[in-house]
Every structure is written in C-alpha cells, then in structure tokens.
Design a protein around this ligand. Structure first.
Ligand SMILES: [Zn+2]
Length: 96
C-alpha cells in the first residue's frame, strides 16, 4: 500500500482562531434558502463557518459576532442557541 500524502484541508476556528484539519472542526452552514444548521458531514450546500467542536469556541465565536461576519449578516440569538444545542446536544460532558 503506497500512501500518498494528501494535503489536509484546514479551517480557521471562529472562536479561538486556531487552524485545524477541516474534519476535526464543526461546520455550521447556511443553506441557499437561508436556514442554518450544523453540518456533520461537511457536504451540505451553502456557506459554511467552522469552530472547534467545543462549547467554549462556539461561545467565543458568538461573543465576537464571528458568525455574523462569516455569514455576512446577523444571526439571531435563537438560531445560535439551536445550533449550539445541535452541536453539543448529548450534554454528557457539559460543564458549567
Ligand atoms: Zn476553537
């Protein structure tokens, strides 16, 4: 087996500004219809933004209004809350 080294796509986290491999990031996407969702497959159409899959990074991105920047328009608080829940829904590791 000859393993050619593939170039790994990297993305910037909107929260902590770290650059990490795309597949390690959580992708949030706005569909062409304007609906926001969490994209676990990385294949949904639309404009995407990336954060580390950590609540702290998501929260930092929210605080700095990075999502509004990334999506070139405001993202309302309800939507952000829903996205946050979708990302971290299992809640098992949730710490105050
Ligand atoms: Zn981060």
């Amino acid at each position: 087996m000859t393993a050619k080294q593939k170039k790994i796509p990297q993305r910037l986290c909107l929260g902590c500004q770290a650059v990490r491999p795309k597949k390690e990031m959580a992708r949030i996407v706005r569909s062409p219809e304007g609906e926001f969702s969490v994209d676990f497959t990385g294949k949904k159409p639309g404009r995407g933004a990336y954060v580390c899959p950590e609540p702290a990074c998501f929260d930092a991105a929210v605080k700095r209004r990075q999502f509004a920047k990334a999506f070139q328009g405001p993202v309302d608080a309800e939507t952000l809350a829903a996205l946050r829940e979708a990302l971290f829904a299992d809640g098992a590791g949730q710490r105050g």
